[in-house]
Ligand binder design. Structure first.
Ligand code: DGL
Length: 263
């Protein structure tokens, strides 16, 4: 039986979900958190939807067994393929997903050009295509898969020549046709926001779904009467877990958490 003092479970294919965790902690510092990164199986974006669904269900089961009062799927790819089955499986607690922040990007740039960067899986799943159809009449929407960024981030690389060259290469078709906004539709991508801006130009606004996901989590916890009533006292309690047994991965997650500054 979960209570308001039970932890919030947050998970991703690896490091990316830390960008969402930071938004959650900023908004709700008095909650406890368990973060699970499935780095041993990252990147999800290169796996079949079936495999990603199985991996997602297996991680969710671990967090549920650990007594989490809510599950935050801090991964666009996992949300795309598994949010419905997760909600069907865990009916007693809130399950919150993330989706590319297309809505705020379009509303702030009506009639403009929006580029959505995400994994191949996210871009091909029905969930994103339904979202895109909803906004297609309000802006020109382009999509681009950027799987390489996930691998750079998983290896702790968020800047430098190699990453810059990769991003410049994938964004080369947009150097002449610069978008008004870029949606970072993968939770790993906010870590490389500065490099993306360096390549495409500072005038392009970047959007990610982390803040919205944190706000939805806050609302759901209130709705289920599960928000912590503890006053915030110093450092937030966060347990970091990773499927990769190498302790360097857990250390990297902590370093990412400490250094990431929410937009
Ligand atoms: N961070 C994930 C997302 O938001 C997936 C990255 C991956 O493992 O391919 O889509």
């Amino acid at each position: 039986m979960v209570t308001e003092s039970s932890p919030i479970g947050v998970f991703d294919s690896g490091m990316g979900g830390i960008t969402v965790l930071k938004q959650l902690v900023n908004l709700m510092p008095n909650e406890k958190y368990i973060f699970y990164g499935d780095s041993a199986n990252a990147p999800y974006g290169k796996k079949s939807s079936d495999t990603v669904r199985k991996l997602t269900m297996s991680t969710a089961a671990k967090l549920y067994e650990m007594g989490c009062k809510c599950l935050v799927v801090a991964c666009n790819t996992a949300t795309s393929v598994a949010i419905n089955v997760l909600r069907d499986t865990y009916r007693d607690i809130p399950v919150i997903g993330i989706e590319p922040a297309l809505k705020p990007a379009v509303l702030a740039n009506e009639g403009g050009h929006i580029l959505v960067l995400a994994t191949n899986t996210t871009l091909h799943e029905e969930k994103f295509n339904t979202l895109m159809n909803r906004y297609e009449s309000k802006a020109r929407i382009s999509t681009l898969a950027a799987p390489g960024i996930v691998e750079f981030v998983e290896n702790g690389i968020t800047c430098g020549t190699q990453l810059e060259e990769y991003i410049a290469d994938i964004l080369s078709p947009y150097q002449e046709d610069v978008p008004n906004a870029i949606v970072l539709g993968c939770t790993h991508f906010p870590f490389v926001a500065d490099t993306i801006k360096k390549v495409i130009g500072n005038q392009v606004t970047l959007y990610d779904g982390g803040k919205g996901t944190a706000a939805s989590t806050h609302n759901k916890l209130d709705e289920y009467l599960l928000s912590s009533r503890e006053p915030s006292a110093g450092d937030t309690e966060i347990t970091f877990c990773n499927s990769d047994p190498d302790p360097a991965k857990t250390l990297l997650m902590k370093q990412f958490f400490d250094s990431y500054v929410c937009p």
